[in-house]
Design a protein around this ligand. Structure first.
Ligand code: DGL
Length: 260
């Protein structure tokens, strides 16, 4: 069991930012990564469709014998993780916007959250903001259009710069000092955001926390892979974006097309 892979899925290539955190913390673990890029973006879809797609991805990963599933997508987590946990007996790790650390540390009493429409309108997101919004202004923005640009490898494009400029404007006006990245595609935009934002604004995402949580749940369940043989990593996409995904992963990681 402990040698079985960790399954990871996202609506597309963004969850590779989470895969990197997991790989860096748990290098012994075997992994299978699924990019449902054919159906990206999830962020504009309704809850029912997001649940349906999350079940499809889960079924595929279970067929590959995964011991745990990391839902490396804020939109799928906030809309579908409860259903997944109710339906399946293996552990699921989810990812949510890191509102708590931002709300606890803000000095200006204003934080920004950039996420998809699906995340920002979910019940789970509202529950979290209700808990931490006391006396704090939370400036939410839907990052519409960002995910398709990342999926197409246009991270460094003029369109991306313009979108980020537009979405950051109300946050700057509200004098935020923390920007929460609530979508796993967004960590790839950190260099652009650093250029765009004043230095006093800290950018946070949940990648490292998810990797730590994965480790802790594996430990608790006696599923941590203690074998030191070289770990195996498989990456699949169901769209024509192999090159984009390979460039995000960096050298040495091949991606295969699979029509799932
Ligand atoms: N990467 C995803 C997230 O974390 C989903 C983006 C999308 O498909 O809209 O929310």
């Amino acid at each position: 069991m402990s040698k079985d892979p960790i399954g990871i899925f996202d609506s597309g290539v963004g969850g590779t930012s989470i895969w990197k955190e997991i790989y860096s913390l748990l290098p012994n673990e075997n992994t299978i990564y699924l990019a449902d890029s054919k159906n990206a973006p999830y962020g504009q879809k309704g809850e029912e469709r997001i649940i349906e797609l999350s079940i499809k991805n889960t079924e595929f990963l279970l067929k590959q014998g995964c011991k745990i599933i990391v839902v490396a997508c804020n939109t799928a987590t906030t809309n579908a993780i409860k259903v997944l946990r109710d339906h399946y007996s293996i552990p699921f790790i989810g990812i949510e916007p890191a509102i708590k650390p931002a709300a606890l540390q803000t000095q200006t009493k204003a934080i920004g959250v950039l996420a998809t429409k699906g995340t920002l309108t979910s019940d789970l997101f509202h529950k979290t903001t209700d808990l931490y919004s006391n006396g704090i202004e939370i400036v939410e923005r839907v990052g519409e259009g960002i995910v398709p640009l990342v999926e197409n490898g246009r991270i460094d494009s003029e369109e991306m710069k313009n979108l980020l400029h537009t979405y950051m404007q109300p946050m700057l006006e509200a004098n935020i000092d923390y920007l929460v990245l609530g979508c796993t595609h967004y960590p790839y935009l950190i260099p652009q955001l650093i250029e765009l934002l004043p230095k006093r604004i800290k950018i946070i995402d949940s990648g490292e926390a998810v990797a730590k949580q994965t480790k802790s749940i594996l430990e608790k369940n006696g599923l941590l892979n203690t074998f030191t043989t070289r770990s195996k990593h498989q990456f699949f996409t169901n769209a024509n974006n192999i090159a984009v995904m390979e460039s995000l992963l960096g050298k040495g990681h091949g991606v295969s097309f699979l029509d799932f």
